[in-house]
Design a protein around this ligand. Structure first.
Ligand code: ZN
Length: 135
């Protein structure tokens, strides 16, 4: 549970508030990271690492002023395939960034982290397959 506090401090350093509610989300506009309160503390930390990863990627891109060079598909006029790929790329990068944050904080990355990462990315891909097959 202490590790959750450690990662929360990383979020706070980036200007985010961490709240427990009924879903996992990252809201860059409202500067709020929400973590599902029904998860086990261990899984909450894994999801928090991922969401802080998103916040970190955005902060770095804003600092460098190259967000749309990194994620061209997230420009308002991008076509939907490029949009989906940039979103997916950001999902993968947020997991990697979360892993690096854990490493820096001395939080062990275990099988559970990889299982949740794989499951989340799989869900993303499956959701996208469903939405394109209906087009
Ligand atoms: Zn994500």
């Amino acid at each position: 549970m202490q590790t959750f506090e450690q990662v929360s401090k990383e979020a706070e350093a980036l200007g985010y508030k961490v709240v427990l509610a009924d879903l996992d989300s990252w809201d860059p506009g409202g500067k709020i990271i929400t973590i599902n309160e029904r998860r086990t503390p261990r899984n909450q930390t894994v999801h928090l690492l991922h969401e802080v990863g998103h916040a970190c990627i955005l902060a770095e891109a804003e600092l460098a002023g190259d967000y749309y060079d990194r994620f061209p598909g997230l420009q308002p006029d991008a076509d939907s395939h490029v949009h989906t790929m940039s979103e997916f790329e950001q999902e993968v990068l947020a997991w990697e960034k979360g892993r690096l944050i854990a490493y820096r904080l001395g939080i062990p990355i275990d099988k559970n982290f990889h299982r949740i990462k794989a499951k989340s990315l799989q869900t993303y891909v499956e959701h996208h397959e469903e939405s394109t097959s209906n087009v």
